[in-house]
Design a protein around this ligand. Structure first.
Ligand SMILES: Cc1cc2nc3c(=O)[nH]c(=O)nc-3n(C[C@H](O)[C@H](O)[C@H](O)COP(=O)(O)O)c2cc1C
Length: 230
């Protein structure tokens, strides 16, 4: 991989790969795309079958069509979520609350979705009936996309924005029948900065031998940005 000397460590990358939804209006060079997608293709899968495929849309005519199509899906989904998840209720009416900031970020993301620098579709090629484990053969590869992008100073976010337009995408891209669209990932150079992910303290998520009891050693490293609760 190029530029290795400037990369963050793996541990640092794990703690700072948060969703990036605002991008500078610049393309991702092909050698960087190569490195990011190489990372994706190194992911594990059940029996090492590697049933994941990626389509990468940049600035070709077809890419623009795909971005525009999924932008419609994004708008539909966000309108639904905004109303349904009460984004405008409670602290959503306060100017600078986390809820309001999230709503503004989403609004901006969805509005500019058709112009994202790169859009990646992650596909699972089903080789048997759907089962609860099948996502585990494609989502690790998706996370690798985000981690590898982070390593190169780029960022992105995994979304389900294709959900409302899967039929149209199947037609436009002539997917085989067993292709399941697992994720839409957008990528680009962050307009803001990378920063620590915010999660609840690890002892709320990691138990020892007793259900519900944080393991005694499950202590966040000093300086970890934690959420008070969910
Ligand atoms: C399964 C899954 C589905 C997601 N779907 C969306 C989505 O449709 N739109 C979006 O903007 N972000 C989506 N996200 C990103 C999450 O909102 C984000 O990871 C979460 O809020 C934590 O924030 P962080 O990644 O910045 O730490 C999704 C993430 C996952 C893992």
């Amino acid at each position: 991989m190029s530029d290795a000397s400037h990369e963050v460590t793996l541990s640092e990358g794990l703690a700072t790969t948060r969703s990036i939804r605002r991008y500078l209006p610049e393309p991702i060079p092909e050698d960087v795309l190569r490195d990011i997608l190489f990372g994706a293709t190194r992911a594990p899968s059940g029996s090492n079958r590697q049933p994941f495929r990626f389509m990468v849309f940049t600035d070709t005519e077809k890419s623009k069509q795909v971005k525009a199509l999924i932008a419609q899906g994004a708008q539909t989904l966000w309108n639904f979520k905004r109303a349904n998840d009460g984004y405008d209720a409670g602290s959503g009416s306060e100017e600078n609350s986390p809820k309001t900031r999230m709503a503004n970020t989403m609004e901006n993301y969805v509005e500019n979705f058709a112009e994202v620098p790169v859009l990646v579709l992650a596909i699972l090629l089903r080789y048997r009936d759907p089962n609860p484990m099948e996502g585990a053969s494609v989502y690790p590869a998706c996370q690798n996309v985000l981690l590898a992008a982070r390593a190169k100073g780029y960022g992105g976010v995994l979304t389900g924005f294709h959900g409302y337009v899967t039929k149209e995408l199947h037609e436009l891209l002539q997917f085989p029948e067993n292709a399941f669209i697992a994720a839409t990932i957008t990528l680009g150079k962050p307009a803001g900065s990378h920063g620590p992910v915010r999660r609840v303290p690890m002892n709320q998520l990691v138990y020892g031998d007793t259900w519900g009891e944080g393991a005694s050693w499950a202590i966040d490293p000093d300086g970890t940005a934690v959420m008070k609760g969910r």
